[in-house]
Design a protein around this ligand. Sequence first.
Ligand code: XLS
Ligand code: NI
Ligand code: NI
Length: 432
Amino acid sequence: MSYFDGIDPVKFTGTDTTTDLGFRHYNPDETVMGKRMEDHLRFSCAWWHSFAWEGGDPFGGRTFDRPWFGNDMAAAKLKADNAFDLFRILGLPYFCWHDADIRPDGDSFAENARNLAEIADYIGEKMESSGMKCLWGTANLFSHRRFMSGAATNPDPEVYAWSAATVKTCMDATMKMGGENYVLWGGREGYETLLNTDLGQEAEQAGAFLNRVVEYKHKIGFKGAILIEPKPQEPTKHQYDYDVATVYGFLKRFGLEKEVQVNIEQGHAILAGHSFEHELAMAASLGIFGSIDMNRNDYQSGWDTDQFPDNPREAALAYYEVLKAGGFKTGGTNFDAKLRRQSLDPVDLVAAHVGGMDVCARGLKAAAAMLSDGALEDARAERYAGWATEEGKALLGRSLDDIHDQVIESDIRPEPRSGRQEILENIVSRYI
Ligand code: XLS
Ligand code: NI
Ligand code: NI
């Protein structure tokens, strides 16, 4: 018996749909810019929010009542059985996990490693029979109290060692599942107070750690991408992987900018004081765009609310950047999103994903139309047309005194031109 019994697989029923559980926009086989929607979006379900999270908040504990809650292998397998049932109902092609979401927590490192290997085999069998794929795996190096002062950046070398060994087991499990990426989100890689923190030392540790990860990837022949997930704060007051630009600086410093890309999360972009599309465009321009964690952050709160996306305009602007970057290669759209703690029922979890998938599909269709029609890109090209001329191209290579002399000689008088922002915003509105 499944937790989701009685809920039929969700189908595309079109924009006239008025039931809670029908796709109004997500139609996996529909072609968008020459590619199936499913292959564009590459949706993924997050094991931690959908199956491990218990509905707690800082003021109260578990609100959810799931039959698979428990810390033993039988509970872990029951959780996996139900997870695959939800994937089937939603028609999701991918899932993502942390070790701590899928295996019971053991008393020693060795027991954790054994548990992970056993559950990875179990999940592997279910993948084979269902055709499900793993978008990425990752290590939870932040929940257990041993990680309270960080993992790779912990002042205690033993925690660094535990973390490195854990990442090895998680990379092995990801590879076994045919995972298409391996993610590192710097859970508690940051600090609470500078009074007890050696920033320089911690950066050296983080750089060495990531270099070892890349080295191990090549050693085992993992073909997927290594992704860092930026976030500016929470759980620590200051997280080192603040935003895309900060991560790029870190990668450059340790010679890893060709080896590592980013997994960009909507909510983290907002917390960093950026828009989601800013972070996507920045990553694309730096050549490190990898994947996205799709969710929505509350604009009034200062923490990571991980809500399911519901804003078609934001989704359209995000997928516009994704399409301009050439679309996903190894990456995809992972719903790093959770229910509100009052949403107790199985149908709530299904409906949350249905809504999120639909908003993304609608965003993708709008983005594709905007891009194919070219209204925005033509305007952008026109704005930069001066740089496409021979003179424009040569300008960047010329010295200050050379430019100075020519400016005097030709007596140039630059004329400001309208940025046409409202006209461009109105164009976007036409497509939503
Ligand atoms: C937390 C992060 C986390 C990562 C995976 O804020 O988003 O869920 O995606 O460790
Ligand atoms: Ni995330
Ligand atoms: Ni997050």
